[in-house]
Write a protein that binds this ligand. Structure first.
Ligand SMILES: [Zn+2]
Length: 89
């Protein structure tokens, strides 16, 4: 993979999404494939190609708003540090 692909987030004025400073080892809630998430968005499950979007602790409202506008299959995974990952197609 080369270059930086940043799919557009739904418009959320004032909801700046910071870079994450650590990576998360997760199990895909859709297909149970281990996934290493290192970016706020853009990491995809190698098993089902669903995309992982990370929300830091305290961003519950942002995560909820993001989740609400998604269509199709979507999942929320809690992170050990209190953040959330939204997994979506
Ligand atoms: Zn998957």
């Amino acid at each position: 993979m080369s270059g930086v692909y940043e799919p557009p987030l739904p418009s959320m004025p004032g909801a700046a999404i910071p870079d994450i400073s650590r990576s998360y080892e997760l199990e895909c809630p859709r297909c149970a494939t281990p996934v290493l998430v290192t970016q706020v968005q853009g990491d995809r499950c190698p098993g089902c190609n669903f995309e992982f979007t990370v929300f830091e602790p305290g961003q519950d409202l942002v995560a909820g708003a993001f989740y609400d506008v998604l269509t199709g299959d979507k999942y929320v995974q809690e992170l050990p540090d209190g953040g959330k990952v939204v997994v979506h197609g």
